[in-house]
Design a protein around this ligand. Structure first.
Ligand code: SAM
Length: 236
C-alpha cells in the first residue's frame, strides 16, 4: 500500500542518476497522502539530515524480474545475481534511497517532505520513510569488492545556447536546471552498450537536453522546452 508519491524532475528513466546522492541538485517532493499525511506522523523527523525512502519501482513491474542482471556500474558486461545488485528488476520491485531532508511543508495535495539527491522517476509510489541513523547505517569497515570507488565524474561543458536557456529557465521557474544537468551528465547517463560519441536526448522537468560524450567530456549542446507534456510543479 502506497503512503504517497515521490515527485521528481525525472519524467523518464534515461538520465536518472544510478544512485541517490550522486546529483545533489536532484530535488524532489515526497507527498504523503491521507491518512498518512498527519503532522503527528512526522513529529521529530526534521531532527534528521537524511532519510530512507522505501518505494516500488513501479515502471519496472510490467518488465518482470530477472535472476541475474548486468549492473551499469560494472560496465554492463558482468552478470551478477539480482540480490547482489540494486536493479529495479527484482521479485518485489522494492527500492531504497537515502536522500537529504530539506524540510517539510503543507500543500494542497498533502504533507510534503522536500528532499535532495533523488534517483527516482516522477510519480514513484512511496511505501515507507525511516530516518537515516549514521551511528547504525554508516558502516566504516564495509567493502564493495566489485568496485572500490565510483568511476570519476565526466567533465561537462555547457554550450552558450544551453547556458542562456538555463538562465532564463531558472528565472522563470526557479529550477536550478544547469546545476542538475551538469550533475546528471557527470554521471555518464549513456547505457553501457552505447558508450560512443552518438547524440542522446535527456529530459529534466519539461526540458529536453541533447548531449554527446567525446574524449571523456560530456557536452550539452541544445536545450528545448517541451510544450505538450505535464511536468511536476512545486506545490501542485
Ligand atoms: N537507490 C535505489 C535502490 O538502490 O534501490 C534505486 C537504485 S536504481 C539502480 C536507480 C535507477 O532506477 C534509476 O537510474 C532509474 O533508471 C530506475 N528507476 C527510478 N525510479 C524508477 C521507477 N519508479 N520504476 C522503475 N525504474 C525506476
Amino acid at each position: 500500500m502506497a503512503i504517497g508519491r515521490i515527485r521528481t524532475p525525472f519524467a523518464e528513466k534515461f538520465g536518472i542518476p544510478r544512485q541517490a546522492g550522486l546529483a545533489p541538485a536532484a530535488i524532489g517532493e515526497v507527498v504523503l497522502t491521507p491518512p498518512f499525511d498527519r503532522d503527528e506522523m512526522v513529529k521529530g523527523l526534521t531532527k534528521f539530515s537524511h532519510i530512507w525512502l522505501i518505494f516500488v519501482f513501479d515502471q519496472a513491474i510490467s518488465e518482470g524480474w530477472r535472476p541475474q542482471v548486468r549492473p551499469p556500474r560494472l560496465g554492463g558486461q558482468e552478470k551478477v545475481g539480482v540480490f547482489a545488485s540494486r536493479s529495479p528488476h527484482r521479485p518485489n520491485h522494492l527500492g531504497m534511497s537515502v536522500v537529504r531532508l530539506l524540510g517539510l511543508s503543507r500543500q494542497s495535495g498533502g504533507l510534503v517532505l522536500h528532499v535532495a539527491g533523488i534517483d527516482l522517476l516522477d510519480g514513484t509510489p512511496l511505501l515507507d520513510i525511516k530516518p537515516y541513523l549514521p551511528a547504525a547505517d554508516s558502516v566504516a569497515e564495509a567493502v564493495d569488492n566489485f568496485l572500490a570507488a565510483p568511476p570519476p565524474p565526466l567533465a561537462v561543458t555547457v554550450h552558450p545556447q544551453v547556458e542562456r536557456f538555463c538562465r532564463q529557465y531558472q528565472e522563470e521557474s526557479g529550477r536550478a536546471l544547469r546545476q542538475l544537468l551538469v550533475e546528471c551528465l557527470a554521471c555518464d547517463p549513456r547505457p553501457a552498450s552505447q558508450r560512443d560519441e552518438r547524440e542522446f536526448g535527456m529530459r529534466l522537468w519539461d526540458v529536453n537536453i541533447r548531449f554527446r560524450v567525446r574524449d571523456g567530456q560530456a557536452e550539452a549542446f541544445t536545450c528545448e522546452k517541451l510544450s505538450d507534456c505535464s511536468v511536476y510543479q512545486s506545490g501542485s
